[in-house]
Every structure is written in C-alpha cells, then in structure tokens.
Design a protein around this ligand. Structure first.
Ligand code: SF4
Ligand code: SF4
Length: 307
C-alpha cells in the first residue's frame, strides 16, 4: 500500500553510475512497494511496502544464532534444518542479519530522510553535469511514496540536476500531480495493450495506466515508453503493434525502450521464499530480437534496446 510520510522514504538501494535509466550517467533510487505483481519482475524484493529478508541457504551454517537473536520468534529451523522465516511475524528490525556470522541473511529496505538521500545523490553531481545525466526515481513504484519523491526531486532541481521518474503508472493521477513540477522525464511502462492479459500477468487491469499515459501526454511531459518483451506472451506481432498504436497516440513520447525478458531476478524469488513461475521460459535469441526491434522501429520513433 502507498506510504504517506513525505519526510521518510523506504528504499532498497541507490544504484550509482547507471546508464540504463534515462540519459547520461545517473543515480537510480529504488523504492519499495508496488501495486503490481508482474510474473517476470526482476526486483521481487521491492514489491512489498515493508522491509524484506533475503535468505541464502548456501551461506547458512545452521548455527541458530539468528533464531536466538530474533525478538519476535520469527525464525526457526525447518524440517531440513535450514531457516524458515515467518514473514507475518517479522517486522524487519534488522537484528538477525547483523547477528548472522556468515552473511546468509540480508535485509532489504531502509528508511531515509529527505536530507540523507539528497546528500547522497548530490555526491555525484559532477558526473551528472559532465554526462548529461541525473537522478532517476525507480522501484517498485516510486509514486507510492510521491510526497517523499517530490521533496527529493525538488532538492535536485534546486541544484540543477536532471530528474527522471520510472513508473508503472498504476496510481491515481493525484500522485503524478504531486511530483511533476520537479520531474524532467517520465519513463513509462506499457506492458500490454489489453486489460485481460494485463490482469492475468500483472494482477491488475491497465485502464488507469493508459489514462495516466494520455494525461501525461496532454500535459506535454517528455516520456520514454518502455516495452518489456515476454517471449510468447506480449512479444507477438499483433501485441507489439497494438502497444505501438497506443505509443503513437501519445504526442509527448520522445523514445521507445525495448526491454527484453531476462531471468536475472529468479534467484531472489528463492531467497524470498517465493516461487518463480517463469523458470522454464527461454530468453530471446538474436533473430527474435532483430525482428522485434525492426517492428518497433518501423513506427518512426527513436528506439533503444535494453533501456
Ligand atoms: S528482521 Fe527482526 S523480526 Fe525479522 S526475523 Fe530478523 S530479527 Fe526477527
Ligand atoms: S545465523 Fe546465519 S548462518 Fe547461522 S543459522 Fe542463522 S542464517 Fe544460518
């Protein structure tokens, strides 16, 4: 659910020197919490709006130190003698991961103030200036923490830093309104053209998303539309064409980014105690990628591959 504290943000990391999340060299802030649950999500640790523990069995010596350290009895040994996490009891206090001698537990999610995050982001001001880069707010869904994003983005604008918002767009328009005065570029996902498939693969229909895309366009906000390609799901010609028809109707779109499916996040599902339902899915071959790229480029909009 959205977090309403405009003075504190719940983030996982600040990724420095990113070249995939907008122009130039950027720092990307990954926020926790997202309304969608895309089956291919490569950042499943960012979906919940609270800290999450990642547990790596291969590093665990089964010493039991973490079990003794946990003040909420959220940890126990399972039948196979590895650690079981009761996530309904865990409040993300961060005691067990500090107690673990082997680094088998990692806590994802920390609260930061506007001052702390702004200071961290401004350390790389010189890289932003010399490369035409800046700061990108990503996630998860950064607009679920719109009040906080607005304050940090405002600080960036005061320092002359370019700002980008990477959003799935599935929030009320009021969340956009809160940040748009401080945002230079919106990176906007269009995952499917139709509602039913969108619901089937992300858990939510896309009527709100498409309405927001049109409102952004009407307001003249520069957009890069991101088209994730899931093999056999939304990379077939009819679906790509349907999505590109939508993109073509958005007059403020400057660029289309093709995002090919990959399995980079699969291991994190295991560490979160979740199933990864696309484990058998193959990544695209070179020929398929060329065909997709040619089809998207035929619409005459600047296109990049891989974000
Ligand atoms: S983060 Fe805190 S509450 Fe959660 S399992 Fe670890 S020690 Fe227990
Ligand atoms: S403290 Fe670390 S190594 Fe020991 S049982 Fe817990 S997770 Fe495993």
């Amino acid at each position: 659910m959205p977090l309403y504290n405009p003075d504190l943000g719940l983030i996982s990391t600040v990724q420095k020197y990113s070249t995939k999340d907008g122009p130039g060299i950027r720092s990307t802030v990954f926020f926790k919490g997202c309304p969608l649950g895309c089956l291919w999500c490569s950042n499943p640790e960012l979906i919940r709006s609270q800290p999450d523990l990642l547990y790596t069995r291969e590093k665990c010596a089964r010493c039991g130190t973490c079990i003794k350290a946990c003040p909420r009895d959220a940890l126990s040994f399972g039948e196979d003698e590895y650690i079981v996490i009761d996530r309904t009891l865990c409040n993300g206090c961060g005691i067990c991961n500090k107690a673990c001698p082997n680094g088998a537990l990692e806590l994802i999610g920390k609260l930061v103030t506007v001052d702390e995050l702004s200071k961290e982001l401004l350390k790389d001001h010189v890289f932003y200036q010399t490369s035409g880069g800046g700061v990108t707010f990503s996630g998860g869904e950064p607009l679920w923490q719109s009040g906080f994003v607005a304050q940090v983005a405002n600080r960036m604008k005061e320092e002359g830093v370019h700002t980008a918002l990477d959003t799935a767009g599935d929030v009320g328009w009021c969340y956009f309104e809160e940040v748009l005065d401080f945002i230079d570029l919106v990176l906007f996902d269009i995952k499917f053209a139709g509602q039913e498939q969108h619901r089937q693969f992300t858990g939510r229909e896309n009527d709100l998303i498409l309405a927001n895309a049109h409102l952004l366009s009407q307001r003249g906000v520069p957009m890069h539309v991101r088209l994730v390609m899931i093999p056999g799901v939304n990379d077939i010609e009819a679906e790509i064409r349907a999505r590109m028809e939508i993109v073509s109707s958005l007059i403020s779109v400057k660029q289309v980014d093709i995002l090919p499916y990959h399995r980079y996040g699969a291991g994190k599902y295991t560490r979160l105690g979740l199933d990864y339902s696309l484990l058998e899915m193959d990544e695209h071959g070179k020929d398929q990628i060329s065909e997709i790229q040619a089809l998207v480029e035929s619409y005459g909009i600047k296109t990049t591959f891989g974000g």
